[in-house]
Design a protein. Structure first.
Length: 120
């Protein structure tokens, strides 16, 4: 898979994705670190990238219909979460290869111990 890592995740999240054999680009590395969600979404759609974010705005299927994207993965992150916690949550998602491959055109909400898949 090809992922676009949102700026609300630690920079190390891209490295985590790469350790699982995925291509990962951090928005901060391409000048989109301060970009609004619609700009990030359009960049991901145009470049056929699955977005990984902690921004629950991307879970709004009316604003971001999953079938228009190459996957939307929203990590449910508590406000006091550390980079280690976030990367552990991402790792738990990425270890489920069948789930990861099925997220194209869908929304995945990732929480400790579960991944909920939602279509448009």
């Amino acid at each position: 898979m090809r992922f676009l890592i949102d700026a609300d995740l630690p920079k190390t999240a891209a490295e985590v994705a790469r350790t699982f054999g995925h291509e990962a680009t951090d928005v901060r590395d391409i000048g989109l670190g301060a970009a609004k969600d619609p700009v990030i979404a359009e960049y991901a759609r145009t470049n056929k990238l699955c977005i990984i974010t902690g921004d629950y705005g991307f879970a709004n299927i009316k604003a971001y219909p999953p079938n228009r994207y190459f996957g939307l993965v929203v990590l449910r992150i508590p406000p006091s979460a550390t980079a280690l916690y976030i990367n552990s949550l991402l790792t738990a998602f990425l270890t489920q290869a069948d789930v990861v491959e099925s997220v194209v055109g869908q929304l995945a909400i990732v929480e400790p111990g579960s991944v909920r898949i939602r279509r448009s």
